[in-house]
Ligand binder design. Structure first.
Ligand code: WQD
Length: 336
């Protein structure tokens, strides 16, 4: 039976996408080097779906292993998540980010051609837009200079894939995520930030759980209604389902061009203070926070124009901000 390869399939978005693929009846194989995830996630996926995905723990930088994998497996399509993704770390270690994120992608694309596998869904990010001039953000918004090497690897990866589709039979869809949050409603899988969380929601739930003494709100002097920065927070399960819709589009040859781009968000912006209050309402947990200065590199506001993804993929978000915050909290409560 033809399989779907999910690279980084034990990661936050990857694991939730594996669950939805299995729910749709796809046979899934995961490659993950466990550099930013834990093997226990495999059991979490299995507990939800009753099906243990095939798993290979090698590094995508091992070109020969990637080539051998594609030659010895019938892969119908690839969903490529595997990448380093910490914005701050990428500023300190740019070469590690370029080598890992671009090198892994190039090995995957070469492997796909060796294995005559054409469809790829690429995990991209709204970070490619920087601070957009017009909100909500459409797919034809100009791409800005990246704020970090991490963001630059996303932009460069899109270009590498686009060029490859012009010189091969590879067909691609880049999903530009806004802010993925939450966890699976079963609390069997969720976000596993290693060390001090960079992102807002894990910091919120760890503060509420008493792991962190206080949440710092990075700035309340932005030109927004309450002064705090605005983002488009999308439930990770909704985001996972967008990958299924995109994969089916390519498998059924419904794509209109060799490479397509879709903004994947809720279409609604929420400020940091609105998220805090929504968390307190959804979980009945009081949150200890203080306003501090802005974080370097942060933009004021970003939220998606979802018209194209709704129309072309026939997908839209079904879960609310409160659903995501409640699921994130239930997941946090299960952590040791
Ligand atoms: C959200 C808002 C912060 C932490 C980044 C990447 C993006 C993607 C998601 C990987 C901002 C504020 C945060 C805190 C705070 N990364 N905040 N206190 O920066 O929008 O996006 O993560 O795929 O590509 O750019 O997400 O969760 O870090 O921040 O006030 O302790 O919360 O200033 O306004 P961001 P974030």
């Amino acid at each position: 039976m033809k399989k779907i390869l999910v690279t980084g399939g034990l990661g936050f978005i990857g694991s939730h996408t594996v669950v939805e693929l299995q729910n749709e009846g796809f046979e899934v194989v995961i490659i993950d080097n466990l550099s930013n995830s834990k093997i226990e996630v495999l059991q979490g996926i299995t507990n939800i779906t009753g099906k243990k995905p095939e798993f290979h723990p090698f590094d995508l930088l091992e070109k020969d292993k990637v080539q051998d994998f594609f030659k010895s497996n019938e892969i119908a399509g690839v969903i490529h998540f595997a990448a380093s993704k910490a914005v701050g770390e990428s500023v300190e270690k740019p070469l590690m980010y370029y080598e890992n994120n671009l090198g892994s992608l190039i090995n995957i694309l070469n492997g796909m051609q060796a294995g005559n596998c054409n469809p790829i869904i690429f995990s991209s990010s709204c970070t490619v837009y920087g601070q957009a001039d017009v909100l909500p953000i459409t797919e034809d918004a100009p791409l800005k200079l990246a704020e970090s090497p991490y963001g630059n690897t996303k932009k460069m990866s899109e270009e590498i894939i686009n060029d490859t589709t012009k010189a091969s039979n590879i067909q691609a869809i880049a999903l530009r995520y806004f802010n993925p949050i939450g966890a699976h409603p079963t609390a069997e899988i969720g976000e596993l930030p290693l060390g001090v969380p960079n992102n807002l929601i894990p910091f919120v739930t760890q503060t509420a759980a008493g792991i962190r003494p206080q949440l710092s709100v990075f700035g309340d002097d932005y030109p927004t209604p309450d002064g705090t920065a605005v983002r488009d927070y999308i439930h990770v399960v909704d985001l996972a389902k967008a990958h299924i819709a995109a994969l089916k589009r390519l498998l059924h040859n419904e794509n209109k061009t060799a490479m397509e781009f879709f903004n994947v968000g809720t279409g609604m912006g929420s400020s940091v203070l609105e998220v805090i209050h929504a968390f307190e309402n959804a979980t009945q947990q009081k949150l200890n926070y203080k306003i501090v200065g802005r974080r370097a590199g942060d933009i004021t506001a970003a939220y998606a124009d979802t018209a194209l993804v709704n129309k072309e993929l026939g997908w839209k978000t079904e879960l609310s901000l409160e659903d995501a915050l409640r699921d994130a909290w239930h997941w946090q409560l299960k952590q040791k």
